[in-house]
Design a protein around this ligand. Structure first.
Ligand SMILES: NC(=O)c1ccc[n+]([C@@H]2O[C@H](COP(=O)([O-])OP(=O)(O)OC[C@H]3O[C@@H](n4cnc5c(N)ncnc54)[C@H](O)[C@@H]3O)[C@@H](O)[C@H]2O)c1
Ligand SMILES: N=C(N)NCCCC=O
Ligand code: NA
Length: 503
């Protein structure tokens, strides 16, 4: 039996609190269109309380409460959270699948990644203790400089619905490891597991106010958080449009932001490949998580002389993907997240047809599913570079294909995008893969695969896909501020101003 959606309030200052205006948002299961629960709807007053709680936790006892504790102390809580996520893995995975529509196997994988990420940043928190006082080489021996890495302060973390708990963890884990205190505002379309993270924080005894979770609409809760003067930094993952407004709000008060935004990443397949392997990675690149991945390799560039064999196999294989309720064993494609997303994806599909692309497979709701926001995995060939489906992020299971003749042409086509998040190259020629990897304008490049992501490696984009890097050591730096402490160590008088002669 699927678990019931737990009934939760906002988590502020270590307490469960009803939202100031008493609002609620329905939790909709996109596979059934049923309302399966409610989450609280925070507004500006709740955000303000959460920021105050986080500030108090940050400054309490001159930082001895959290911010200036040892990394070893903070690591214990991060590891306890990881253990609790692991203990509750199957329940959390089911909640995630019911809330955002991802297949249960994917949600279970996410939960392993969540636990792994908390464990990883526990290790980096411990590492900070040793790195706390770096000394800097100076050209004068009359001075000595040390560099302190300090938590940046109270951080606002705003996250999307495609990996609800994992995208939040990519921010919460390094922020807490660094000694920051945080307010997490997950997406209103999928907040259930983030409220469970709050319950886990309470259970492991994370000091009150260190992590606050406020659910609510972007305009009502996200916007007040992003412009709050009591927030020292905002880390955001979501759409480019929202990223732009968050950066604008932050500019008013010179608040640093990092932005992980959208993409329209290319996968380049050369004619020397094993067709079976290349077809499967192509499918995984755009149909995993239903294509609702910022790094989805949703533009396929295919070398001309293998195009017909490759596309025939791709269409044939795509038609066999198991589309079902995410909780059904073996499901490989669930519904898209919401009715709004369903309509948006369908509109992209009809526009692609109007613009003359060739529909190879998919393009509609699967016949065996009359309810739920399901879209068949869809492949369009002969896509013109000027067309919408080539340029814009669909965030759904839709692949756009073009052929190319030369390596140079492929790179040019791949880079001809406003976005620069990811890219992939598939070829048995290692030197070619290396060359292409270096020339792709992207923050993430996959060779002979697409999408596998490791907590240890940096993640983030270039161009309009945003800036800043999450994960790995880079992810921790996001939440640290650098302070130099310079000491005069000479016994001598400084001697810049001539001493006045004695009276
Ligand atoms: N680069 C990455 O790592 C990455 C990862 C996942 C998703 N994404 C991107 O996220 C997008 C899809 O996610 P989404 O639909 O949830 O994005 P979205 O921008 O609509 O929402 C993201 C978050 O921002 C909040 N928000 C909305 N308006 C706001 C405002 N005015 N001020 C402050 N907060 C506001 C939302 O409530 C949500 O929590 C896609 O474009 C995708 O590419 C990027
Ligand atoms: N491999 C994983 N888990 N990728 C997450 C990608 C997040 C962006 O949407
Ligand atoms: Na939902």
């Amino acid at each position: 039996m699927a678990p019931a959606i737990p009934s939760r309030l906002l988590y502020i200052g270590g307490q469960w609190r009803a939202p100031d205006l008493g609002g609620q948002i329905a939790v909709i299961n996109p596979a059934t269109e049923d309302t399966i629960g409610y989450i609280p709807a925070a507004t500006a007053a709740d955000v303000d309380l959460a920021v105050k709680a986080a500030r108090e936790a940050f400054t309490k006892d001159n930082g001895k409460y959290w911010a200036r504790t040892t990394g070893k102390y903070r690591a214990k809580f991060l590891r306890a959270i990881a253990a609790e996520v692991t203990a509750r893995k199957s329940e959390l995975a089911e909640l995630e699948a019911m809330d955002c529509g991802k297949p249960l196997d994917e949600a279970a994988w996410d939960m392993d990644d969540v636990a792994g990420c908390f464990d990883y940043y526990a290790g980096l928190a411990e590492g900070l203790d040793a790195k706390g006082h770096l000394s800097v080489e100076l050209p004068m021996d009359t001075f000595k400089t040390n560099v302190l890495k300090e938590p940046i302060g109270v951080v606002g973390l705003i996250t999307p619905w495609n990996y609800p708990l994992l995208m939040s963890t990519w921010k919460v884990a390094p922020a807490l490891a660094a000694g920051c205190t945080a307010i997490l505002k997950p997406s209103e379309l999928a907040s259930v597991t983030c409220l469970e993270l709050a319950s886990i924080a309470a259970k492991v005894g994370l000091p009150a106010g260190v992590l606050n979770v406020v659910t609510g609409l972007g305009k009502d809760a996200g916007a007040p958080l992003s412009k709050h003067p009591g927030v020292d930094k905002v880390a955001f993952t979501g759409s480019t449009a929202t990223g732009k407004s968050i950066m604008g709000a932050a500019a008013e008060i010179i608040k640093p932001v990092t932005l992980e935004l959208g993409g329209k990443s290319a996968i380049i397949v050369f004619d020397d490949v094993d067709i079976e392997k290349a077809v499967e990675w192509t499918m995984f690149g755009v149909f995993w998580t239903n294509g609702q991945i910022c790094s989805a390799t949703s533009r396929l560039l295919l070398q001309e002389n293998i195009a017909s064999v490759f596309l025939e196999r791709l269409a044939e294989w795509t038609k066999t993907i198991k589309i079902s309720n995410p909780l059904e064993p073996g499901c490989r494609l669930g519904p898209v997240v919401s009715e709004g997303q369903y309509k948006k994806v369908m509109k992209y599909i009809s526009t692609a047809q109007e613009e003359g692309a060739t529909l190879l497979c998919g393009g509609k709701r699967p016949e065996h599913l009359s309810k739920g926001y399901f879209v068949e995995p869809t492949v369009f060939a002969n896509v013109r570079p000027s067309s919408q489906i080539w340029k814009e992020e669909v965030f759904g299971p839709v692949l756009a294909v073009r052929t190319f003749r030369t390596e140079e042409e492929a790179i040019k086509l791949a880079n001809d995008s406003e976005y620069g998040l990811a890219g992939a190259v598939i070829s048995t020629d290692e030197e070619r893969c290396q060359r292409v990897a270096e020339l792709l304008q992207a923050g993430i490049v996959w060779i002979n695969c697409a999408q596998p992501t490791f907590t240890q490696a940096p993640w983030g984009g270039t161009k309009r896909s945003g800036f800043g890097r999450e994960l790995g050591e880079w992810g921790l730096e996001n939440y640290l501020s650098v302070k130099q402490v310079t000491k005069y160590i000479s016994e001598e008088q400084w001697g810049w101003y001539p001493r006045p002669s004695k009276m």
